[in-house]
Design a protein around this ligand. Structure first.
Ligand SMILES: Cc1ncc(COP(=O)(O)O)c(C=O)c1O
Length: 401
Protein backbone atom coordinates (compact mmCIF):
# COMPACT_ATOMS: atom_id res chain seq x y z
CA UNK A 1 0.00 0.00 0.00
CA UNK A 2 1.55 3.30 -1.11
CA UNK A 3 -0.21 6.56 -0.74
CA UNK A 4 1.93 9.58 -0.12
CA UNK A 5 1.34 10.46 -3.77
CA UNK A 6 0.57 14.16 -3.84
CA UNK A 7 -0.98 15.00 -7.20
CA UNK A 8 -1.08 18.72 -6.38
CA UNK A 9 2.68 18.76 -5.88
CA UNK A 10 3.16 16.77 -9.11
CA UNK A 11 0.92 19.17 -11.06
CA UNK A 12 2.85 22.19 -9.83
CA UNK A 13 5.92 20.96 -11.75
CA UNK A 14 4.15 21.32 -15.13
CA UNK A 15 4.01 24.89 -16.47
CA UNK A 16 1.53 23.79 -19.16
CA UNK A 17 -1.11 22.87 -16.57
CA UNK A 18 -1.44 26.52 -15.56
CA UNK A 19 -3.29 27.02 -18.86
CA UNK A 20 -6.25 25.32 -17.17
CA UNK A 21 -6.84 22.59 -19.75
CA UNK A 22 -7.75 19.07 -18.58
CA UNK A 23 -5.34 16.85 -20.51
CA UNK A 24 -6.59 13.40 -21.47
CA UNK A 25 -4.24 13.36 -24.46
CA UNK A 26 -1.28 11.86 -22.56
CA UNK A 27 -1.23 8.61 -24.60
CA UNK A 28 -0.34 10.80 -27.59
CA UNK A 29 2.33 12.69 -25.66
CA UNK A 30 2.53 13.97 -22.10
CA UNK A 31 3.10 17.46 -20.77
CA UNK A 32 6.66 18.31 -19.67
CA UNK A 33 7.91 19.42 -16.25
CA UNK A 34 10.05 22.53 -15.85
CA UNK A 35 13.18 20.63 -14.81
CA UNK A 36 13.16 18.54 -18.00
CA UNK A 37 12.87 21.64 -20.19
CA UNK A 38 15.68 23.27 -18.22
CA UNK A 39 17.97 20.28 -18.70
CA UNK A 40 17.38 20.43 -22.46
CA UNK A 41 18.08 24.18 -22.59
CA UNK A 42 21.16 23.89 -20.35
CA UNK A 43 22.68 21.25 -22.60
CA UNK A 44 22.01 23.28 -25.74
CA UNK A 45 23.69 26.36 -24.30
CA UNK A 46 26.63 24.66 -22.58
CA UNK A 47 29.95 24.07 -24.30
CA UNK A 48 29.40 20.80 -26.13
CA UNK A 49 31.02 19.01 -29.05
CA UNK A 50 30.88 15.52 -30.54
CA UNK A 51 31.59 12.72 -28.07
CA UNK A 52 35.26 12.38 -27.21
CA UNK A 53 37.83 12.51 -24.41
CA UNK A 54 40.14 15.41 -25.29
CA UNK A 55 38.20 18.64 -24.65
CA UNK A 56 35.77 19.38 -21.85
CA UNK A 57 33.09 19.90 -24.51
CA UNK A 58 33.68 16.39 -25.90
CA UNK A 59 33.66 14.86 -22.44
CA UNK A 60 30.37 16.64 -21.67
CA UNK A 61 28.72 15.11 -24.75
CA UNK A 62 30.07 11.70 -23.77
CA UNK A 63 28.78 12.01 -20.21
CA UNK A 64 25.35 13.14 -21.46
CA UNK A 65 25.04 9.95 -23.53
CA UNK A 66 26.35 7.62 -20.84
CA UNK A 67 24.23 9.34 -18.19
CA UNK A 68 21.11 8.89 -20.31
CA UNK A 69 21.90 5.19 -20.80
CA UNK A 70 22.21 4.78 -17.02
CA UNK A 71 18.94 6.67 -16.47
CA UNK A 72 16.98 4.55 -18.95
CA UNK A 73 18.51 1.42 -17.43
CA UNK A 74 17.22 2.54 -14.03
CA UNK A 75 13.79 3.23 -15.47
CA UNK A 76 13.41 -0.17 -17.12
CA UNK A 77 15.65 -2.52 -15.13
CA UNK A 78 17.95 -2.83 -18.14
CA UNK A 79 21.70 -3.00 -18.78
CA UNK A 80 23.03 0.49 -19.71
CA UNK A 81 25.26 -1.16 -22.33
CA UNK A 82 22.11 -2.37 -24.12
CA UNK A 83 20.32 1.01 -24.28
CA UNK A 84 19.97 2.37 -27.83
CA UNK A 85 18.68 5.85 -28.68
CA UNK A 86 16.93 6.84 -31.88
CA UNK A 87 14.60 9.30 -33.52
CA UNK A 88 11.43 7.50 -32.39
CA UNK A 89 10.19 4.04 -31.45
CA UNK A 90 8.91 3.71 -35.02
CA UNK A 91 12.32 4.42 -36.54
CA UNK A 92 14.11 2.10 -34.11
CA UNK A 93 11.67 -0.72 -34.84
CA UNK A 94 11.97 -0.30 -38.62
CA UNK A 95 15.78 -0.32 -38.37
CA UNK A 96 15.82 -3.38 -36.12
CA UNK A 97 13.30 -5.24 -38.30
CA UNK A 98 15.38 -4.61 -41.43
CA UNK A 99 18.56 -5.70 -39.67
CA UNK A 100 17.04 -8.89 -38.23
CA UNK A 101 15.37 -9.76 -41.54
CA UNK A 102 18.82 -10.10 -43.15
CA UNK A 103 18.86 -13.47 -41.40
CA UNK A 104 15.32 -14.53 -42.44
CA UNK A 105 14.07 -16.11 -45.62
CA UNK A 106 11.13 -17.98 -47.16
CA UNK A 107 9.64 -20.43 -44.66
CA UNK A 108 10.56 -18.28 -41.67
CA UNK A 109 7.68 -16.76 -39.75
CA UNK A 110 7.01 -13.66 -37.64
CA UNK A 111 3.98 -13.21 -35.41
CA UNK A 112 2.32 -9.83 -34.90
CA UNK A 113 -0.74 -8.97 -32.84
CA UNK A 114 -3.87 -7.16 -33.94
CA UNK A 115 -3.88 -5.33 -30.61
CA UNK A 116 -0.71 -3.41 -31.42
CA UNK A 117 0.06 0.11 -32.58
CA UNK A 118 1.10 -0.05 -36.22
CA UNK A 119 4.68 0.76 -35.20
CA UNK A 120 4.96 -2.77 -33.81
CA UNK A 121 3.21 -4.35 -36.79
CA UNK A 122 4.17 -2.74 -40.10
CA UNK A 123 7.97 -2.77 -39.62
CA UNK A 124 7.76 -6.56 -39.11
CA UNK A 125 5.25 -7.09 -41.93
CA UNK A 126 7.38 -5.02 -44.34
CA UNK A 127 10.65 -6.68 -43.28
CA UNK A 128 9.13 -10.16 -43.59
CA UNK A 129 7.65 -9.41 -46.97
CA UNK A 130 10.99 -8.06 -48.28
CA UNK A 131 12.66 -11.44 -47.66
CA UNK A 132 9.70 -13.73 -48.44
CA UNK A 133 9.01 -14.68 -44.79
CA UNK A 134 5.46 -15.37 -43.57
CA UNK A 135 3.44 -13.15 -41.21
CA UNK A 136 1.02 -14.75 -38.76
CA UNK A 137 -1.56 -12.79 -36.79
CA UNK A 138 -2.58 -13.16 -33.14
CA UNK A 139 -6.13 -11.87 -32.65
CA UNK A 140 -7.60 -10.39 -29.49
CA UNK A 141 -11.10 -10.84 -28.08
CA UNK A 142 -13.34 -8.19 -29.59
CA UNK A 143 -15.62 -7.98 -26.54
CA UNK A 144 -13.17 -8.03 -23.64
CA UNK A 145 -10.22 -6.53 -25.51
CA UNK A 146 -8.00 -9.25 -24.02
CA UNK A 147 -5.11 -10.84 -25.92
CA UNK A 148 -4.97 -14.35 -24.43
CA UNK A 149 -1.56 -16.03 -24.25
CA UNK A 150 -3.08 -18.86 -26.27
CA UNK A 151 -3.86 -16.49 -29.15
CA UNK A 152 -0.13 -15.90 -29.53
CA UNK A 153 0.97 -19.44 -28.62
CA UNK A 154 -1.19 -21.01 -31.34
CA UNK A 155 0.60 -18.97 -34.00
CA UNK A 156 4.04 -20.26 -32.98
CA UNK A 157 5.93 -22.96 -34.86
CA UNK A 158 9.47 -24.22 -35.16
CA UNK A 159 9.90 -21.62 -37.95
CA UNK A 160 8.92 -18.61 -35.82
CA UNK A 161 11.82 -16.18 -35.67
CA UNK A 162 10.23 -13.26 -33.85
CA UNK A 163 7.03 -12.29 -32.06
CA UNK A 164 6.05 -8.63 -31.71
CA UNK A 165 3.54 -7.77 -29.02
CA UNK A 166 2.56 -4.74 -27.02
CA UNK A 167 2.91 -4.47 -23.25
CA UNK A 168 -0.19 -2.25 -23.28
CA UNK A 169 -2.63 -1.13 -25.96
CA UNK A 170 -2.57 2.62 -26.61
CA UNK A 171 -6.16 2.30 -27.91
CA UNK A 172 -8.02 0.37 -25.20
CA UNK A 173 -5.44 -0.10 -22.45
CA UNK A 174 -5.18 -3.92 -22.51
CA UNK A 175 -2.10 -5.24 -20.72
CA UNK A 176 -1.40 -8.73 -22.08
CA UNK A 177 0.37 -11.28 -19.87
CA UNK A 178 3.80 -10.57 -21.38
CA UNK A 179 5.84 -12.94 -19.14
CA UNK A 180 3.59 -15.88 -20.11
CA UNK A 181 3.78 -14.88 -23.78
CA UNK A 182 7.57 -14.65 -23.44
CA UNK A 183 7.76 -18.17 -21.99
CA UNK A 184 5.80 -19.56 -24.97
CA UNK A 185 7.86 -17.57 -27.48
CA UNK A 186 11.17 -18.67 -25.96
CA UNK A 187 10.02 -22.30 -25.81
CA UNK A 188 9.53 -22.03 -29.59
CA UNK A 189 13.07 -20.65 -29.94
CA UNK A 190 11.96 -17.21 -31.12
CA UNK A 191 12.69 -13.64 -30.02
CA UNK A 192 10.14 -11.39 -28.33
CA UNK A 193 9.95 -7.71 -29.28
CA UNK A 194 7.81 -5.79 -26.78
CA UNK A 195 6.33 -2.36 -27.53
CA UNK A 196 6.54 -0.63 -24.16
CA UNK A 197 5.56 2.84 -25.40
CA UNK A 198 2.16 2.84 -23.71
CA UNK A 199 3.04 0.77 -20.62
CA UNK A 200 6.10 2.73 -19.50
CA UNK A 201 4.17 5.89 -18.44
CA UNK A 202 1.76 3.87 -16.28
CA UNK A 203 3.55 1.09 -14.39
CA UNK A 204 6.85 -0.03 -12.91
CA UNK A 205 8.75 -1.83 -15.68
CA UNK A 206 11.27 -4.65 -15.37
CA UNK A 207 12.30 -5.82 -18.82
CA UNK A 208 13.93 -8.97 -17.44
CA UNK A 209 10.81 -9.99 -15.50
CA UNK A 210 8.72 -9.29 -18.62
CA UNK A 211 10.92 -11.67 -20.62
CA UNK A 212 11.34 -9.10 -23.40
CA UNK A 213 14.35 -9.71 -25.63
CA UNK A 214 13.87 -6.19 -26.95
CA UNK A 215 11.73 -3.49 -25.32
CA UNK A 216 11.12 -0.08 -26.79
CA UNK A 217 9.56 3.11 -25.49
CA UNK A 218 9.37 6.85 -26.12
CA UNK A 219 10.29 9.40 -23.43
CA UNK A 220 7.82 11.97 -24.78
CA UNK A 221 5.02 9.73 -23.49
CA UNK A 222 6.35 9.99 -19.93
CA UNK A 223 7.23 13.69 -19.49
CA UNK A 224 10.39 13.65 -21.61
CA UNK A 225 11.65 14.86 -24.97
CA UNK A 226 10.74 13.54 -28.39
CA UNK A 227 12.98 10.60 -29.19
CA UNK A 228 12.88 6.80 -28.96
CA UNK A 229 14.61 4.19 -26.82
CA UNK A 230 15.26 0.51 -27.39
CA UNK A 231 16.77 -1.80 -24.78
CA UNK A 232 18.10 -5.32 -25.15
CA UNK A 233 20.78 -7.60 -23.78
CA UNK A 234 24.05 -6.30 -25.30
CA UNK A 235 24.95 -9.91 -26.14
CA UNK A 236 21.85 -10.08 -28.36
CA UNK A 237 22.68 -6.72 -29.97
CA UNK A 238 26.17 -8.05 -30.80
CA UNK A 239 24.53 -10.63 -33.09
CA UNK A 240 22.60 -8.02 -35.12
CA UNK A 241 24.23 -6.00 -37.89
CA UNK A 242 22.34 -2.90 -39.08
CA UNK A 243 23.60 -0.95 -42.08
CA UNK A 244 26.20 1.56 -40.94
CA UNK A 245 28.65 4.11 -42.27
CA UNK A 246 32.23 2.91 -42.79
CA UNK A 247 33.88 5.32 -40.32
CA UNK A 248 31.24 4.93 -37.60
CA UNK A 249 31.95 2.56 -34.75
CA UNK A 250 30.75 -1.04 -34.81
CA UNK A 251 30.58 -1.11 -31.01
CA UNK A 252 27.31 -1.95 -29.26
CA UNK A 253 25.08 -0.03 -28.64
CA UNK A 254 26.48 2.77 -30.87
CA UNK A 255 26.28 0.43 -33.87
CA UNK A 256 22.50 1.03 -33.86
CA UNK A 257 22.65 4.82 -33.49
CA UNK A 258 23.12 6.19 -36.98
CA UNK A 259 24.56 9.70 -37.05
CA UNK A 260 24.98 12.15 -34.18
CA UNK A 261 22.75 11.70 -31.15
CA UNK A 262 20.49 14.56 -29.93
CA UNK A 263 22.51 15.32 -26.77
CA UNK A 264 20.07 17.92 -25.47
CA UNK A 265 17.17 15.47 -25.70
CA UNK A 266 19.18 12.76 -23.96
CA UNK A 267 19.97 15.18 -21.12
CA UNK A 268 16.24 15.85 -20.96
CA UNK A 269 15.57 12.13 -20.69
CA UNK A 270 17.97 11.80 -17.76
CA UNK A 271 16.11 14.67 -16.07
CA UNK A 272 12.84 12.88 -16.89
CA UNK A 273 13.92 9.68 -15.13
CA UNK A 274 15.08 11.75 -12.15
CA UNK A 275 11.68 13.43 -12.15
CA UNK A 276 9.87 10.07 -12.28
CA UNK A 277 12.04 8.80 -9.42
CA UNK A 278 10.90 11.82 -7.39
CA UNK A 279 7.16 11.52 -8.05
CA UNK A 280 6.90 9.89 -4.65
CA UNK A 281 9.30 11.43 -2.13
CA UNK A 282 11.56 8.69 -0.80
CA UNK A 283 15.02 7.36 -0.11
CA UNK A 284 17.22 4.86 -1.88
CA UNK A 285 18.90 4.53 -5.23
CA UNK A 286 17.21 5.84 -8.38
CA UNK A 287 15.97 2.42 -9.53
CA UNK A 288 14.17 1.72 -6.25
CA UNK A 289 12.69 5.24 -6.19
CA UNK A 290 11.46 4.78 -9.78
CA UNK A 291 9.76 1.52 -8.80
CA UNK A 292 8.11 3.07 -5.72
CA UNK A 293 7.02 6.15 -7.67
CA UNK A 294 5.53 4.16 -10.52
CA UNK A 295 3.69 1.88 -8.07
CA UNK A 296 2.19 5.04 -6.56
CA UNK A 297 1.29 6.34 -10.03
CA UNK A 298 -0.42 3.05 -10.78
CA UNK A 299 -2.47 3.28 -7.61
CA UNK A 300 -3.38 6.94 -8.26
CA UNK A 301 -4.43 6.19 -11.83
CA UNK A 302 -6.41 3.08 -10.87
CA UNK A 303 -8.48 5.10 -8.44
CA UNK A 304 -9.20 7.77 -11.06
CA UNK A 305 -9.89 5.13 -13.71
CA UNK A 306 -12.57 3.59 -11.47
CA UNK A 307 -14.14 7.05 -11.10
CA UNK A 308 -14.02 7.63 -14.86
CA UNK A 309 -15.44 4.20 -15.77
CA UNK A 310 -18.22 4.50 -13.19
CA UNK A 311 -19.11 7.95 -14.50
CA UNK A 312 -19.15 6.81 -18.14
CA UNK A 313 -21.24 3.74 -17.24
CA UNK A 314 -23.76 5.99 -15.50
CA UNK A 315 -24.09 8.27 -18.53
CA UNK A 316 -26.89 7.12 -20.80
CA UNK A 317 -25.78 7.00 -24.43
CA UNK A 318 -22.09 6.29 -23.80
CA UNK A 319 -20.47 3.06 -24.99
CA UNK A 320 -17.06 2.05 -23.68
CA UNK A 321 -15.24 -0.11 -26.23
CA UNK A 322 -13.72 -3.24 -24.60
CA UNK A 323 -13.17 -3.79 -20.91
CA UNK A 324 -9.90 -5.63 -20.35
CA UNK A 325 -9.36 -6.84 -16.77
CA UNK A 326 -5.72 -5.77 -16.59
CA UNK A 327 -5.29 -2.41 -18.19
CA UNK A 328 -3.76 1.03 -18.28
CA UNK A 329 -6.08 3.97 -17.52
CA UNK A 330 -6.80 4.53 -21.22
CA UNK A 331 -10.44 4.38 -22.23
CA UNK A 332 -11.96 4.39 -25.72
CA UNK A 333 -15.62 5.30 -25.96
CA UNK A 334 -18.40 6.48 -28.24
CA UNK A 335 -21.34 8.80 -27.65
CA UNK A 336 -24.82 8.14 -29.05
CA UNK A 337 -25.72 10.36 -31.99
CA UNK A 338 -22.23 11.84 -32.35
CA UNK A 339 -19.21 11.11 -34.48
CA UNK A 340 -16.11 10.69 -32.27
CA UNK A 341 -14.62 13.79 -33.86
CA UNK A 342 -17.66 15.88 -32.86
CA UNK A 343 -17.27 14.77 -29.24
CA UNK A 344 -13.57 15.62 -29.37
CA UNK A 345 -14.42 19.10 -30.69
CA UNK A 346 -17.21 19.68 -28.15
CA UNK A 347 -14.92 18.66 -25.30
CA UNK A 348 -12.19 20.95 -26.63
CA UNK A 349 -14.57 23.94 -26.38
CA UNK A 350 -14.80 23.16 -22.64
CA UNK A 351 -11.03 22.99 -22.17
CA UNK A 352 -11.00 19.18 -22.09
CA UNK A 353 -8.52 17.55 -24.46
CA UNK A 354 -9.62 14.02 -25.33
CA UNK A 355 -8.89 13.34 -29.00
CA UNK A 356 -10.70 10.97 -31.37
CA UNK A 357 -9.29 8.47 -33.81
CA UNK A 358 -7.67 5.07 -34.11
CA UNK A 359 -4.34 6.45 -32.88
CA UNK A 360 -2.36 4.31 -35.32
CA UNK A 361 -3.74 1.16 -33.67
CA UNK A 362 -5.49 0.74 -36.97
CA UNK A 363 -5.72 -3.06 -36.94
CA UNK A 364 -7.20 -2.97 -33.43
CA UNK A 365 -9.73 -0.29 -34.35
CA UNK A 366 -10.87 -2.27 -37.42
CA UNK A 367 -10.98 -5.52 -35.42
CA UNK A 368 -13.24 -3.80 -32.87
CA UNK A 369 -15.60 -2.84 -35.69
CA UNK A 370 -14.72 0.85 -35.40
CA UNK A 371 -13.10 1.03 -38.83
CA UNK A 372 -10.56 3.77 -39.42
CA UNK A 373 -12.64 6.24 -37.38
CA UNK A 374 -12.00 4.71 -33.96
CA UNK A 375 -13.46 6.43 -30.94
CA UNK A 376 -12.86 9.13 -28.35
CA UNK A 377 -9.84 8.33 -26.19
CA UNK A 378 -9.46 9.50 -22.61
CA UNK A 379 -6.03 8.74 -21.22
CA UNK A 380 -5.22 9.45 -17.59
CA UNK A 381 -1.73 10.60 -16.65
CA UNK A 382 0.15 10.95 -13.37
CA UNK A 383 -0.88 14.63 -13.29
CA UNK A 384 -4.62 13.92 -13.81
CA UNK A 385 -6.80 14.76 -10.80
CA UNK A 386 -10.41 14.28 -9.71
CA UNK A 387 -11.41 17.67 -11.07
CA UNK A 388 -10.12 16.75 -14.54
CA UNK A 389 -12.18 13.55 -14.50
CA UNK A 390 -15.31 15.38 -13.40
CA UNK A 391 -14.85 17.97 -16.14
CA UNK A 392 -14.52 15.20 -18.71
CA UNK A 393 -17.64 13.43 -17.44
CA UNK A 394 -19.66 16.65 -17.48
CA UNK A 395 -18.50 17.34 -21.04
CA UNK A 396 -19.39 13.85 -22.22
CA UNK A 397 -22.84 14.05 -20.61
CA UNK A 398 -23.40 17.37 -22.38
CA UNK A 399 -22.35 15.83 -25.70
CA UNK A 400 -24.96 13.04 -25.65
CA UNK A 401 -27.41 13.96 -28.38
C1 LIG B 1 1.80 1.93 -28.19
C2 LIG B 1 2.62 2.78 -29.10
N1 LIG B 1 3.62 2.23 -29.78
C3 LIG B 1 4.40 2.93 -30.60
C4 LIG B 1 4.19 4.29 -30.79
C5 LIG B 1 5.10 5.03 -31.72
O1 LIG B 1 6.03 5.75 -30.98
P1 LIG B 1 6.98 6.84 -31.68
O2 LIG B 1 6.16 8.07 -31.87
O3 LIG B 1 8.11 7.03 -30.72
O4 LIG B 1 7.42 6.26 -32.96
C6 LIG B 1 3.15 4.91 -30.12
C7 LIG B 1 2.87 6.35 -30.33
O5 LIG B 1 1.77 6.80 -30.16
C8 LIG B 1 2.35 4.14 -29.24
O6 LIG B 1 1.33 4.70 -28.54
Amino acid sequence: MVSAYDVRRVRSCFPALTEGVAHFDGPGGSQVPQQVAEAVARTLTSGIANRGAVTAAERRADEVVLGARRAVADLLGANPAGVVFGRSMTQLTYDLARALAKGWGPGDEVVVSRLDHDANIRPWVDAASAVGATVRWADFDRVTGELPVQAVAEQLSSRTRLVAVTAASNLIGTRPDVPAIAAAVHAAGALLHVDGVHLTPHAPVDVVALGADVYSCSPYKFFGPHHGVLVADPALLETVHPDKLLPSTDAVPERFEAGTLPYELLAGTTATVDFVAGLLPGEGDRRSRVLASMAAVEEHEERLLARLLAGLAATDGVTVHASPARRTPTVLFGVRGREPREVYELLATRGVNAPAGSFYALEASRWLGLGDTGGVRAGLAPYTDDDDVDRLLAGVAAAVA
